[in-house]
Design a protein around this ligand. Structure first.
Ligand code: CP
Ligand code: NVA
Length: 324
């Protein structure tokens, strides 16, 4: 065999990863970022989430016999519970690992943790700080890896939000989604990447220091408006969306953030500017009196808690897509 053929074979072997139990698989799938998720895969997840919502129990069990690790370095209610229940309902066993209870918390490298888990479990769901850590885990573990929130992205949340919009109002293509608040946070970034893929307009209303960098907006493509003017951003919107002003990991900046983001709130005055049937959405947890006021939150609680419930159905569709 000549050198070129050996190099070609080596490259092919590098693409082939060994899964638990010695099963070989080509083209391992991960959900790390909406920037890299193809549109047709997004559409499949959104479509199948409908089926998983309609039938909680009698559907196929694509995770039968599998164990999925869930490594969490940050707090979680919705993501943790929906993944634990979802993995169980798909026939698998969730294994929750608080990052501080495993050696990762004492400094064992991500790539070593990944290589150990890759030989024992069938997939991993990770919530952590750096996006690079989730990407490194995926690279070294050789098993499907899901980003359950990093400082940069929250892809499962935004797929769920789009599913919820479409369930309640029909296709999101051509609609206007207005995000008000910390426009540079993980949730806003994932909205940014989804906009170009699914053909809706995204308006980000945020103070200058809380806007995404121009090169990121350019890289994402699509119809995106970034402004400091909440009222202009809300005019005629189909969705008013917000997230906390102080994301996990930003607690040291709390006082500054509360001062800077004051006024970037969804309230009755802002809702009046949007379309009459606009949805008010929140990924939760919500801080009343800050990013949303109490009356507006409660007036739209049915939508917001449907969003929360839909984490379960959408993530079951994500898991099913990853293993099929
Ligand atoms: N929205 C969301 O991800 O909630 P948790 O932080 O409770 O998981
Ligand atoms: N931006 C928030 C989202 C919480 C679900 C955070 O990172 O804390």
């Amino acid at each position: 065999m000549d050198k070129a053929a050996i190099a070609c074979l080596y490259t092919l072997l590098c693409l082939v990863r060994r899964g638990p139990g010695g099963v070989f698989a080509l083209a391992m799938k991960h959900l790390l970022s909406l920037e890299t998720m193809p549109r047709e895969d997004m559409e499949r997840v959104l479509r199948e989430a409908t089926h998983f919502k309609r039938d909680r129990t009698t559907h196929a069990k694509p995770l039968a016999g599998q164990t999925w690790a869930m490594i969490f370095s940050k707090s979680s209610t919705r993501t943790r519970v929906s993944f634990e229940v979802g993995i169980h309902e798909l026939g698998g066993r969730p294994l929750f690992l608080n990052a501080n209870d495993i050696q990762l918390g004492r400094g064992e490298p991500i790539k070593d943790t990944a290589r150990v888990l890759g030989r024992m479990v069938h997939g991993t769901v990770i919530r952590t700080y750096g996006q690079r850590d989730v990407e490194e885990f995926a690279r070294f573990s050789g098993i499907p890896t899901v980003n359950a929130l990093t400082d940069e992205e929250h892809p499962c949340q935004i797929l769920t939000d789009i599913f919820t919009y479409e369930e309640l109002r029909g296709s999101i293509a051509g609609r206007v989604v207005t995000f008000v608040g910390d426009g540079a946070c993980n949730v806003a970034n994932s909205w940014l990447f989804a906009a170009a893929r699914l053909g809706f307009e995204l308006r980000l209303a945020a103070p200058r220091n809380y806007q995404p960098p121009a090169d990121l907006v350019k890289r994402a493509g699509g119809r995106v408006v970034v402004t400091e003017d909440c009222r202009a951003a809300a005019a005629g919107a189909d969705v008013l969306y917000t997230d906390v002003w102080v994301s996990m990991g930003k607690e040291a900046e709390q006082a500054q953030r509360l001062a800077d983001l004051f006024g970037y709130q969804i309230n009755a005055d802002l809702v009046k500017l949007a379309k009459p049937d606009a949805l008010v959405m929140h990924c939760l947890p919500a801080y009343r009196g800050k990013e949303i006021d109490e009356a507006t939150f409660e007036a739209h609680a049915a939508t917001i808690f449907t969003q929360a419930e839909n984490r379960l159905h959408t993530q079951k569709a994500i898991l099913n897509w990853l293993v099929s």
